[in-house]
Design a protein. Structure first.
Length: 366
């Protein structure tokens, strides 16, 4: 089996590698996206489908609004399994992007085969190597971040989001939907966000350090956000579920208020993602209210007061792009919490499920 002994500290190494990997992708975006842009420019694309599983699915969710905003076409998300087995609407004018970091997800392989069966033009965003999804798809868009030999992905998530962002950006520029000035402005915002990642890592680590005893004790938590940060909440809770192996649930902020908030007892933690600007105002108000009633409420964002439960990393908060930075505190939280609890990820909770219901191809498992 490809995934053998896990180096538990590798997760932190990959977090620290993210900035350099992302800068490489941004600088090499013309090459990475060339075939994709040439293909979609030659078609009348009326609907874009983003198809993936797990962390890759969350990366698709993070970029959905960006695609729609700069391209003006509807974007639909689907999990790979749902697309392969339940989707019945196949339209002329569809184009599908499958996303899979390692390229050996059985569900994504099946989804790509379904696309081929129904004549849906497609590509796959995946590692720069030969893998099953590359062989099944029409063509590959390189996820050029280097191999990540660790189950819970960190560097790969940020680089998947970024690769999808530059696909949208280059397509919009080539089609004339973004002027040269607007294109450069978007590139500058992405570059600024990536360049700031080291500072985000340092500030997040400081926040976790000053609250370490309380955070390591967490066994039940909600992670909530709005907009692109619904994806941040999903991915942040997933990282903790995969590593800490306790109950971390994610909700869109308004949906959290429609019921789940009633389950927040004294031992339940709440992490609220509130970027600067109007979208974060209601969530900052929620934080201010909840913290007077529960001692385990945390804000990921900024607040105009000194509060040890606020993870203020000096976020740049560029709309639709800031998913690249707001995920970092949750990646570090997962790492610091599972190592703080003395856990060893080599100990599997359900070691036999891989054979009973495989999620990776035989090529991966050899």
């Amino acid at each position: 089996m490809r995934m053998g002994i896990v180096n538990n500290d590798a997760m932190l190494d990959y977090i620290h590698e993210t900035k350099s990997a992302a800068l490489h992708i941004l600088e090499d975006r013309a090459r990475i996206t060339a075939r994709f842009v040439g293909t979609v420019q030659g078609r009348s694309v009326d609907r874009l489908l983003l198809v993936a599983s797990g962390t890759s699915y969350n990366s698709c969710m993070a970029v959905r609004h960006y695609f729609e905003r700069i391209l003006g076409i509807p974007v639909e998300l689907s999990t790979s399994y749902d697309y392969a087995h339940f989707n019945t609407l196949f339209r002329e004018g569809d184009f599908a992007i499958a996303v899979t970091q390692e390229g050996e997800s059985t569900n994504t392989v099946d989804a790509i085969r379904r696309m081929a069966e129904k004549g849906v033009p497609n590509c796959v965003v995946t590692e720069v190597k030969d893998n099953t999804c590359t062989r099944e798809a029409d063509f590959r868009v390189d996820l050029d971040c280097g191999f990540e030999d660790f189950g819970p992905k960190t560097k790969g998530y940020v680089c998947s989001v970024l690769t999808l962002l530059v696909c949208a950006l280059e397509w919009a520029h080539a089609s004339g939907k973004l002027s040269d000035e607007d294109y450069q402005r978007e590139c500058d915002k992405i570059a600024e966000t990536i360049g700031h990642l080291d500072a985000v890592v340092a500030a997040a680590d400081e926040f976790i350090g000053r609250n370490s005893e309380e955070l390591v004790a967490c066994e039940r938590a909600y992670v909530i956000g709005n907009g692109e940060h619904v994806a941040t909440a999903l991915e942040g809770s997933l990282k903790c579920l995969e590593t800490v192996r306790q109950f971390y649930f994610s909700f869109e902020g308004e949906e959290f208020l429609h019921g789940p908030i009633a389950s927040v007892r004294s031992n339940v933690y709440t992490f609220i993602i509130a970027p600067d600007g109007e979208p974060g105002e209601r969530l900052r108000a929620l934080y201010q209210c909840m913290k007077t009633q529960n001692e385990h409420v945390f804000l990921v964002g900024s607040l105009d007061e000194d509060d040890p439960h606020v993870c203020d990393c000096g976020f740049l908060s560029h709309p639709d792009i800031d998913a690249l930075e707001y995920i970092v505190p949750f990646q570090l939280l997962a790492y610091r919490t599972f190592t703080g609890k003395g856990m060893d990820l080599n100990v599997r909770e359900y070691p036999r499920t891989g054979k009973a219901v495989p999620t990776k191809t035989e090529a991966f498992r050899k």
